[in-house]
Design a protein around this ligand. Structure first.
Ligand code: AMP
Ligand code: ZN
Length: 486
């Protein structure tokens, strides 16, 4: 009954039937974070979208090898300035690898909170320098790159004689060459559209390695070409990332792969849309990059309260991954309520009274759910159909509709599969005694409230500090006191 999965290939700009190169195996590469700071909630949206895609492919029975890299070198602030990680290391006077370690661990913990499955392989750029140097050499040998003052640049004009630089983003290379004129006057490129495969390191540069062209470091785009090829082959099924990576990052990746390996590397390009705030892309540099920690504690001027990881995940799933999603407290509060309603109904299914007759068409709900997911992973439509199920559960509970035992059992399996396995939503209050913990903390908060009323501020502060030590942040707001795990 399940219709075929279709997805939007942002290279061809068309909805296509998903036909893996080598079924049942699927290779999926997603550009991972640059680990120089905490990820922001926009990054979480992108990785969460690919978690949904990964989960659905697994659910359909594909054997997915999901590779998501860690960028731990080479991501410059722009083409001429400092490496993001080196800069952070210099400012904090620590080793670059300390920066990398800190934010890699933090990223893993964050994604776990959001119940994102770990990738099958998580390679690092610094762990693949030999392979990167080899690819640079191959492209040089083919005459599609040149050495200039210890750096190696990809020769876009030479490549473009037989290929089409700009095929993914739809950009025209002549415009690129004439438009970017002034920007890079100070460097060693033949043309402004050329990009670095290997950069010569200045003496003060901290992250650098020996190479046939002198001491330097790899260009940012190179790692993804090398690591996707190493772990998924010269041709693989899905390449993903945020839309902002389409140009130049993914365009350069395609050019490097075609120049080096003479193959069209990717069958389906999937790009997620941006999380925005007041219509503008959420970005740390603009002061609009809210971190997951801030969301979970409510500790941010844009937030009126704390939100749980599952509320945030649900909020994000209520938008299609290719649509922008605007961040607001109202929308998050609505998501909080909606998720609660969904979870309550889900838990109620197994306890529904059964009758001989059933007025619920479970197959119809099933078809609609799969139909939505098969339509380019349309999670908002799938969620709308789950709410149709919630309506049925409530009607049956109220005695206005009936269900038989067989239907109740298939509805239960269907709903749990979609909510837990595919959408990755967990029940936040019903596992591992967390309700009891909740009760204990509420009790501690009541004692703190009483201490405040008694003007015993040393005790009330002590309760707050002890709860923080244990791992719960207390926040006093106009609607009362809330707490959240740190
Ligand atoms: P970065 O660490 O900057 O390379 O970003 C990691 C991933 O997050 C990339 O796939 C970006 O495209 C994505 N990303 C960055 N900003 C946003 C945003 N505001 N909304 C959604 N995804 C984003
Ligand atoms: Zn990448």
């Amino acid at each position: 009954m399940q219709t075929q999965l279709k997805l939007y290939n942002s290279k061809n700009r068309e909805i296509e039937v998903f036909e893996p190169l080598n079924p049942p195996f699927v290779g999926m590469y997603v550009c991972g974070p640059t680990v120089y700071s905490e990820v922001h909630i926009g990054n979480v949206r992108t990785f969460g979208s690919f978690d949904l895609i990964y989960r659905y492919l697994l659910h359909l029975g594909y054997k997915v090898r999901y590779v998501r890299n860690i960028t731990d070198v080479g991501h410059l602030l722009d083409d001429t300035s400092e490496d993001r990680i080196s800069k952070k290391a210099r400012l904090e006077n620590i080793e670059p690898m300390e920066v990398v370690q800190r934010y890699t661990v933090d990223f893993h913990q964050t994604m776990e909170k959001f119940n994102a499955l770990p990738p099958s392989i998580e390679p690092t750029a610094t762990g693949h320098l030999i392979e990167q140097i080899e690819l640079v050499q191959t492209i040089l040998d083919k005459g599609l790159a040149y050495v200039s003052n210890g750096s190696v640049y990809f020769d876009v004009a030479a490549y473009n004689k037989s290929r089409n630089y700009g095929e993914l983003s739809g950009r025209n290379v002549d415009d690129l060459i004439s438009n970017k004129r002034a920007l890079d006057g100070q460097d060693d490129k033949k043309h402004p559209a050329d990009f670095a495969l290997w950069k010569n390191a200045e003496p003060q540069h901290i992250m650098k390695w020996n190479s046939p062209w002198g001491v330097g470091f790899p260009g940012w785009h190179l790692e993804c070409s090398v690591m996707s090829t190493k772990y998924l082959g010269k041709q693989f099924d899905i390449h993903g990332g945020g839309m902002d990576l389409k140009f130049p990052h993914h365009e350069c990746e395609i050019a490097q792969n075609k120049a080096g390996y003479d193959e069209e590397p990717v069958k389906y390009w999937l790009h997620t849309n941006m999380l925005t705030f007041n219509g503008k892309k959420m970005a740390k540099s603009e002061g609009t990059g809210v971190t997951p920690r801030e969301m979970l504690t409510g500790n941010h001027p844009l937030l009126t309260q704390a939100y749980s990881a599952m509320t945030i995940r649900f909020f994000m799933l209520q938008a299609h991954y290719r649509s922008t999603l605007d961040f607001s407290n109202e929308a998050l509060q609505a998501a909080e309520k909606g998720l609660k309603r969904l979870m309550v109904a889900l838990e109620a299914i197994d306890g529904l009274p059964t009758f001989d007759k059933s007025s619920v068409d479970v197959n119809d709900i099933k078809e609609k759910l799969y139909g939505a997911m098969n339509d380019d992973f349309n999670s908002p439509i799938a969620i709308a159909h789950l709410f149709e199920m919630v309506k049925w559960v409530n009607l049956i509970t109220d005695g206005k509709e009936t269900i038989n035992e067989a239907d109740r059992s298939s509805l239960s399996t269907l709903a749990h599969t979609f909510v837990h396995d595919i959408l990755g939503l967990q029940n936040e209050t019903s596992n591992d005694g967390s309700e009891k913990i909740d009760g204990l903390i509420q009790f501690a908060l009541e004692l703190r409230q009483q201490a405040k009323l008694d003007k015993n501020y040393s005790l009330s502060d002590n309760i707050r500090d002890r709860l923080k030590e244990i791992g719960f942040e207390i926040k006093d707001g106009k609607d009362g006191t809330t707490y959240n795990p740190i």
